[in-house]
Write a protein that binds this ligand. Structure first.
Ligand code: FO1
Length: 315
């Protein structure tokens, strides 16, 4: 069995963790958003890849959903006290090791795909094939004033989502090539799952890379999307502002509109049963369950539910 998940950070990583627990070696692929990546202090930082890696390795700070649990911030403090006030992005000391090593490998000429493989291997994650959507740079840019665009992390972390979202573009997507194994992974999958991540800020960048959307459309595997919006609000993050800003209803129905004609099965939360008919009218087969993932058991349960609705079962 081959499962491919398209994932952003926190919400996506939770579902990926569920699959990771029930699948065997070589069964789980994760194609991850890199539109949020940033460079700080000369280091190349991939927040979504790292959130997925740390979550699978059991290292993640579960309360925040990102970073390493019990991390310290001595280096950031020293940078702040001695040299710079550029300390809005909280990089812990353990987390820093990942960025330093990744940056070194990239400087040696390895692709981000290979670097990610190396990092996963070092973290003991040999059971998963985690790959960036592209080895080229794509940047999610948010228009906050007419014709003024800022990078996603500046919008999200530095400015704490205080600005309106007037438009979103994926800079570089036109020229970016999918990661070396991405298209083949999609084609060879029995199920492709769009995780409950921000459709516009986390999944949109993946779909914007030339060839990925088309391959997904043509892929023979069952395509499933899990709603990241429940009762008109995201569980975490600014998906509501991004959906509204791009003209979509802030609801599971809005999410279904966004993925229309790309996905076969829509996983709707049990709190939104009233939307079932409208989503079915868009051409989906709709399946209802509790999609909130707090415990590991919740993650596993949702993963099994997705496999079952797709006609497959973990062995
Ligand atoms: N999110 C925050 O809200 N504040 C931070 O200071 C922050 C630092 C950070 C450092 C490393 C990392 O891998 C992720 C980090 N995140 C932080 C999370 C990240 O900005 C977002 O959750 C994702 O980009 C959205 O998927």
């Amino acid at each position: 069995m081959k499962i491919t998940t398209l994932s952003g950070g926190v919400g996506g990583a939770k579902l990926v963790k569920g699959f990771y627990d029930i699948l065997n070696e070589n069964e789980l692929n994760v194609i991850c958003n890199t539109g949020d990546d940033l460079e700080l202090f000369g280091l190349y930082i991939c927040p979504d890849l790292d959130i997925v890696m740390y979550t699978l390795a059991g290292l993640v700070d579960e309360e925040k959903g990102w970073g390493v649990k019990n991390d310290t911030f001595h280096c950031l403090k020293a940078l702040n006290e001695l040299y710079t006030r550029e300390n809005w992005f909280n990089i812990g000391d353990y987390d820093l090791a990942t960025h330093i090593y990744r940056t070194e490998l990239l400087a040696k000429g390895y692709s981000l795909t290979t670097v990610t493989e190396i990092l996963c291997k070092n973290l003991g994650l040999e059971k998963v094939n985690l790959q960036p959507m592209s080895d080229d740079r794509v940047r999610t840019m948010v228009m906050v004033k007419p014709n003024v665009y800022i990078p996603f992390q500046e919008y999200f972390v530095k400015r704490k989502c205080q600005d309106p979202v007037l438009n979103v573009v994926y800079e570089g997507a036109e020229k970016a090539k999918p990661g070396v194994k991405v298209l083949e992974t999609i084609t060879n999958s029995d199920i492709i799952v769009i995780c409950p991540s921000n459709p516009i800020a986390s999944i949109g960048p993946i779909l914007s890379v030339k060839g990925i959307r088309e391959h997904l459309k043509k892929a023979k595997g069952v395509k499933v999307a899990v709603t990241p919006i429940i009762q008109g609000a995201p569980l975490k993050g600014p998906a509501d502002k991004f959906m509204a800003g791009m003209g979509y209803q802030v609801s599971a129905l809005g999410v279904a509109e966004y993925y229309k004609s790309l996905v076969d099965i829509f996983i709707l939360d049990e709190r939104d049963t009233h939307l079932k008919n409208s989503i079915e009218k868009l051409g989906y087969s709709v399946h209802i369950t509790d999609t909130v993932m707090n415990s590991l058991n919740d993650k596993v349960k949702l993963s099994k539910f997705i496999l079952e609705t797709s006609g497959l079962k973990a062995e």
